[in-house]
Design a protein. Structure first.
Length: 670
């Protein structure tokens, strides 16, 4: 294809055309622009030149074209003159030179100008000059688009050169993972049922089998699920995703995403196995982890159907099977695939065999380079921590500058075996590190996990031992778990509710200067009655400084925690007295939190209906919680009338507040 010579074309951009002032076309008000044509030899090539004039200016004798189109049989360009006198080249077709919503009308100056266009493109149809020009330009644009697509696809083909064939044993391995069935016909009273194993296709007999029951095929030893043929239907299928990692031989690895469908129209499945995505990974000269994504776009290419990028999600917030890259990992070829690469010692195979669940290989390979201790943690058996490192942002808990396991975790050496036995994750490690030096810290962690206790443990341990905490709270929970309030609500549904109540009770006793070494104070016979009794006695001495601190804390919170959703809203207390009034109205101990609010240790928020924001019916506490080395705001309590637990409506509102306000503030800070 011969390119248009722009420099030579400029010499013909302003032809000395004289438009006759008495020409009728100049006075046709329905016309906006007039076009003249000419044929010139430019740079030894025959060019069609179209000059476009504004009709109104031409009427006044201004015969300077605002656009000049230079056309060959293979290409076209437009030189446009701007109002300030400057010029610019445009590649748009004649139909697209104006704005999309423009309705400008064009006309040829004379019949000879239109015929010149028709003769230049050798049209044999009845099409007018504009149709002929548009058809020729559309053909050129289509060719340009095709050439660009071919160039892109050639680059993709070149990038994928060297990919090996899929492993020979892949299909049999896939069949061993996909579900298999024992299809049979119902026979009343039959003790031995004959049917077909979908895994091997053999007829087998299984005693005492029922619909949905599990059995093992005596022929191929595959686990089977019993299913009546009458309940199979005509559209039964299973599908899943698998991953294969291969070495490209040039320092790159390719993760091949395999999709599998097993369709059951008969007793044995129709198997459809195809590859729908490829992820290339490598480490550049600077040690940076690099990736390239490709996906298969069915019957859409010219020389290849592979496209660069990540497969689009067609429905937002709903997982799409074709777009998923999470699958079962083929590990039989990994030793040779990872050899002589930066991932040679990656423990991805051990990680997969521990869980034997679908996983994403690419994040694990990336974090293998980012976190050198990932390999160490897998080898010593801390797979949940390795999972957190690979798939979650929890790195601040570990000290990756260390080499010994207990120093990496930040715990005592004697605790390593214990933490491995409980399958500790990073959240568990962060919690356990707070108990450093405690006598029964291992017993405490197990008790927390069994009872779902997450908050308010350490403040209680200032006064009592771990053993006494467990014994006392369990005894109180047995007494209180079934007690109902005046309105039928259960005040203590979980062990966490008892622990929180006990924590509040001890803090109130401390504020009242009780003897915190007295067993009478520390271990009340009835925690609920003692808590309510102390709550009534506690009084906060309000002075000018205290009220000022309280007001400033609330003022700062109002800027960051205002929220409204589904007819509910957050209302802020204006004074410590409002906390007392809230506690008196709802019969709980929120009044004692005024001091903590003034010290910015927590914030108390009222949950009201938008229709009546002067009267709250639930109280929420937001306080700082330490997770690893990070301090974040978290909702620690939500209480209603007489410490009633939140209803589903309130729980939904609190979850939205936590997600949109608290978690968003963390992201903004980060």
């Amino acid at each position: 294809m011969i390119k248009i010579n722009k420099r030579k074309c400029r010499e013909y951009a302003n032809p000395d055309h004289k438009l006759h002032p008495n020409s009728g076309i100049l006075h046709a008000k329905a016309i906006d622009y007039i076009i003249t044509t000419d044929i010139k030899i430019i740079a030894r090539h025959r060019n069609l030149i179209l000059c476009i004039y504004p009709r109104k200016k031409a009427c006044k004798g201004d015969c300077k074209p605002i656009r000049t189109i230079f056309h060959t049989r293979d290409d076209f360009l437009t030189l446009e003159r701007k109002p300030d006198g400057s010029t610019a080249w445009r590649t748009a077709s004649f139909d697209r030179l104006d704005d999309y919503y423009s309705n400008k009308q064009y006309a040829f100056y004379s019949a000879q100008d239109e015929m010149r266009v028709q003769r230049y493109f050798k049209t044999d149809t009845d099409a007018d000059g504009f149709q002929t020009l548009s058809s020729a330009q559309n053909a050129i644009l289509s060719r340009r688009c095709r050439e660009r697509r071919i160039a892109k696809e050639k680059a993709i083909v070149s990038r994928m050169a060297g990919i090996q064939a899929l492993p020979r044993g892949l299909k049999s391995w896939i069949k061993s993972i996909m579900p298999a069935y024992f299809f049979y016909d119902y026979k009343r009273g039959a003790k031995h049922v004959s049917g077909i194993c979908s895994a091997c296709g053999h007829e087998v007999t299984i005693p005492g089998i029922k619909q949905g029951g599990k059995a093992v095929c005596p022929h191929c030893r595959h686990e089977l699920t019993a299913k009546l043929r009458s309940r199979r239907g005509s559209n039964m299928y299973d599908r899943d995703t698998f991953e294969v990692i291969q070495n490209m031989g040039d320092g790159r690895l390719v993760i091949r995403i395999i999709k599998v469908y097993f369709t059951y129209k008969t007793d044995t499945p129709d198997v459809d196995i195809y590859e729908n995505a490829r992820q290339f990974v490598w480490q550049d000269a600077d040690g940076k982890f690099c990736t390239e994504h490709y996906y298969y776009s069915y019957n859409s290419g010219i020389i290849t159907d592979w496209r660069k990028g990540i497969r689009p999600e067609y429905i937002m917030y709903k997982p799409q099977f074709e777009s998923s890259t999470c699958g079962y990992l083929y590990t039989q070829n990994l030793p040779e695939s990872l050899a002589n690469t930066p991932f040679e010692y990656c423990t991805i195979a051990d990680f997969y065999h521990h869980f034997r669940e679908p996983m994403q290989a690419l994040p694990f390979l990336r974090e293998h380079l980012e976190h050198p201790k990932l390999e160490h943690l897998c080898k010593v058996g801390f797979y949940n921590i390795a999972s957190d490192l690979a798939y979650r942002d929890c790195t601040r808990v570990l000290d990756e500058a260390q080499n010994r396991t207990h120093k990496i975790l930040g715990v005592a050496a004697e605790d390593v075996d214990f933490l491995r036995s409980v399958d500790a994750d990073l959240f568990t490690i962060a919690t356990f590190k707070q108990y450093a030096g405690l006598k029964d810290r291992q017993k405490l962690l197990i008790w927390q996990q069994e009872n779902g206790v997450e908050h308010n443990i350490l403040p209680i341990l200032k006064y009592i031992t771990v053993h006494k905490l467990i014994r006392y709270t369990e005894k109180q929970f047995q007494r209180l778990c079934n007690l109902k309030g005046k309105y039928g609500s259960i005040r203590y549904q979980k062990m966490q509710d008892v622990v929180t109540e006990y924590h509040d009770y001890l803090e109130m006793c401390s504020d009242l200067d009780y003897d915190m070494k007295s067993s009478f104070v520390l271990y009340p016979k009835d925690l609920q009655k003692s808590h309510d009794r102390v709550q009534k006695r506690i009084k906060i001495k309000e002075n000018a400084q205290f009220r000022q601190d309280f007001r400033m804390a609330v003022q700062d919170a109002r800027k960051n925690m205002s929220f409204e959703s589904d007819g509910l809203k957050i209302v802020f207390p204006d004074s410590p007295g409002e906390l007392d009034a809230e506690g008196n109205r709802l019969h709980h101990c929120v009044g004692r939190y005024a001091k903590s609010v003034a010290k910015r240790e927590c914030m108390i928020l009222f949950i009201c209906r938008c229709s009546d924001d002067s009267r709250s019916f639930y109280t929420m506490e937001v306080s700082e919680q330490k997770k690893g080395k990070e301090i974040i705001n978290e909702v620690t309590q939500v209480r209603g009338m007489k410490n009633a637990l939140p209803t589903p409506e309130i729980e939904k509102f609190v979850d939205e507040f936590r997600r949109q306000v608290l978690y968003n503030s963390i992201n903004r800070a980060a």
